[in-house]
Design a protein around this ligand. Structure first.
Ligand SMILES: Nc1ncnc2c1ncn2[C@@H]1O[C@H](COP(=O)(O)OP(=O)(O)OP(=O)(O)O)[C@@H](O)[C@H]1O
Length: 659
């Protein structure tokens, strides 16, 4: 029986010391907890105690020496109105030669004033610094081995909980954790049911039962924090870097979460680094080592968070006070004090810290790269993810279908039960054949493009973490979007075709679906190539108008200039509209229309009404009846072609950003 160091959190009862395979590490971690009834509310807060001591897992010491992060800014200044612009670069140091160590079983807290560089340091340790803007120097070692940014990012050793964690806002808490568990839990022998159980246990551990079915967009700031922690905890990394876990939490939940974090370190022999912004005295119970940053990212202290820190601040620096939070406040609030303390640390302690970092030379670390799951598993769970998030996205699941329903009813009633004996039958049937595709395309393209663009930032983050591949993401997105588009296209065209009394229902729905799929492939291409919704909106409308011009409705197909003929062949409107005309007119022997449209192929029985055959109507548009199969084939080619180009652009852009 091991008792908790922190007294007020009850006992830790180790009843079962059997080791287990890596596969069920997490299930053991959670399933062997004892939920003991506590007598008072304070004890209740931490009623989850870890019973099982650590299984055989990799213990890793993380150390870093002389980490310096600087931002290089180009400054342009105009000396006088007439003179040329003078551009120069300026360097601004955000983190200044900071060193440290965190060992298995320890919680290291990085503290300091706001904008001292805590998050910047954590980014540098995790390997996620923005290399386009920041210059990072110094070394980060795992068990004494120097690592590159890419190695740290792509290994499953480090779990990073960012300050502003990104989520797919339409998923529920349980769905988010399930997706993470299915793709990020590294063991290959865990079954899906084991993973589901881990998710439920994690939810309990972090007291999130109440919001298990709440969509992430509706979570409070504190719940989002706990969810971010839970997602990383599920993957059971050897090192956890957690940025401000307690911000937005009340003191009760903050203590509870810090207790859980400390338990992870002690029980699982994890090395944990937390950034704490406003530590209270209570928080220091859960911290073993302290790293204090003063203004401009200078290191003001590194060492034991209890006696060593107090001795340093009182005896060495002459600060007045009793508790660590008081000393840290003085270092943070007064930059002169901060600089003095940093100077003192640098002269008296820095060299011994560097020597203890250099003495770590445990080369036993295994070559641990991220255990990526198979492509098919990625595809399966990405399909699940796309469908679930799509269903929860009301614009897609309810608003767009509702809008289309209203439009289909309006068009259906406007052209209600067209009668071949009407004088304006030809004109009306041609018009509805055109409008059926246009209305659906214009409505769907925006939704597809914007939802893809909104997912981009999450995609980059997940690709950097190597949770899945861009290929799996794109194929899953393509399949789920296509199913969605086919469903809405079929329903939309069925309503209009039946209300208007058009011919060839089956083939009409096929043509409308293919035309919309091709248009949405262009929407994907636009989302892949642009970086803002405004650009998409700016391009979407003019592009549609241009492609529409070459559909055969406006400009006569025979009179398109040679140098623009390629636009006709790229236009989904052209293939869609001409195919619909073929379907409506191919077997019609005579259709009547007003005589003012009379052509050579028209014959008349009265001065006002003329008759033409369906073939003559098609010829007038420059359409060959036998072109239907070619058109359908071209629509399929456009769908695949636009998607391939879209994928290549997305692939190149994401690889460039996430390198
Ligand atoms: N890419 C960047 N370009 C320019 N300045 C940056 C960049 N990233 C961070 N900074 C600046 O570096 C400083 C430190 O930022 P950082 O986020 O690390 O502070 P922090 O200590 O975590 O603060 P807080 O506790 O308020 O979150 C800030 O002044 C910030 O504006």
């Amino acid at each position: 029986m091991i008792t908790n160091n922190h007294g007020d959190y009850g006992a830790i009862d180790h009843q079962n010391n059997s080791t287990s395979t890596n596969g069920n590490i997490l299930s053991n971690l959670f399933s062997r907890r004892k939920y003991t009834k506590m007598k008072n509310a304070d004890e209740e807060m931490s009623q989850i105690s870890i019973i099982e001591p650590s299984m055989k897992t990799e213990e890793i010491t993380m150390s870093w020496s002389n980490i310096t992060v600087e931002v290089i800014q180009k400054e342009k200044s105009r000396l006088s109105f007439w003179s040329k612009t003078d551009s120069s670069t300026s360097r601004h140091i955000l983190v200044n030669e900071v060193s440290g160590i965190v060992r298995p079983g320890e919680v290291l807290a990085i503290m300091g004033t706001s904008a001292a560089g805590k998050t910047t340091l954590l980014n540098a340790l995790s390997g996620y610094s923005d290399r386009r803007e920041l210059n990072v120097t110094g070394s980060v070692m795992l068990n004494g081995c120097v690592t590159t940014n890419d190695e740290r990012r792509s290994s499953n050793i480090i779990g990073y909980v960012e300050q502003q964690e990104l989520f797919c806002e339409t998923l529920t808490v349980e769905e988010h954790l399930l997706f993470q568990a299915m793709l990020r839990m590294s063991s290959k022998i865990l079954t899906d049911n084991d993973r589901r159980k881990c998710v439920l246990d994690t939810i309990k551990l972090l007291c999130m039962e109440r919001c298990v079915s709440t969509t992430i967009a509706k979570l409070s700031g504190g719940e989002r924090k706990r969810l971010a922690f839970a997602a990383v905890a599920l993957t059971d990394p050897s090192i956890m870097l957690i940025d401000e876990p307690t911000s937005n939490l009340d003191s009760y939940l903050a203590k509870s979460l810090m207790h859980t974090i400390h338990m992870f370190a002690v029980e699982r022999r994890r090395s944990i680094v937390v950034v704490l912004h406003q530590p209270t005295t209570d928080m220091f119970k859960f911290i073993d080592t302290l790293c204090v940053l003063s203004d401009n990212g200078r290191q003001a202290f590194f060492g034991d968070a209890r006696h060593e820190a107090i001795n340093f601040f009182t005896d060495q620096c002459g600060l007045e006070g009793e508790s660590l939070d008081e000393f840290i406040e003085q270092v943070s609030s007064n930059s002169t004090v901060g600089q003095q303390v940093a100077d003192r640390f640098s002269t008296n302690f820095k060299s011994s810290l560097i020597s203890s970092i250099e003495s770590i030379n445990d080369k036993s670390m295994k070559d641990s790269t991220f255990v990526t799951v198979s492509f098919w598993r990625q595809l399966k769970w990405l399909l699940w993810y796309s469908s679930v998030s799509g269903v929860h996205l009301s614009v897609r699941s309810t608003k767009l279908p509702f809008c289309l329903l209203i439009m289909s009813i309006i068009f259906g009633l406007a052209y209600f039960q067209l009668d071949p004996s009407e004088t304006h039958y030809v004109r009306n049937l041609n018009s509805v054949s055109f409008i059926i595709g246009v209305s659906l395309i214009v409505s769907s393209m925006g939704v597809i493009a914007i939802s893809l663009l909104n997912e981009r930032i999450l995609l980059i983050r997940d690709i950097q973490r190597k949770i899945y591949s861009i290929q799996a993401y794109y194929i899953a997105k393509f399949i789920s979007d296509s199913i969605f588009i086919i469903i809405i296209s079929v329903l939309y065209s069925i309503i209009i075709v039946l209300l208007v009394n058009m011919k060839e229902l089956g083939l009409m729905t096929l043509v409308v679906s293919l035309e919309t799929l091709a248009a949405c492939a262009v929407a994907s291409l636009m989302a892949s190539s642009s970086s803002s919704i405004l650009i998409i909106l700016l391009i979407l409308h003019p592009l549609n108008i241009i492609l529409n011009q070459f559909s055969g409705v406006y400009i006569s197909l025979q009179s398109i200039p040679d140098y623009f003929i390629w636009l006709q062949y790229l236009s989904y409107y052209y293939y869609g509209y001409t195919s619909m005309l073929i379907l409506q007119w191919r077997n019609v022997t005579t259709a009547q229309e007003p005589c003012e449209k009379a052509t050579n192929s028209t014959f008349s029985t009265s001065p006002a009404i003329c008759y033409r055959s369906g073939t003559a109507i098609l010829n007038e548009h420059g359409i060959q009846q036998h072109n239907l199969n070619f058109n359908l084939l071209m629509l399929v080619t456009l769908i695949l072609g636009y998607h391939i180009v879209s994928f290549i652009i997305l692939f190149i852009r994401i690889r460039r950003i996430s390198k």
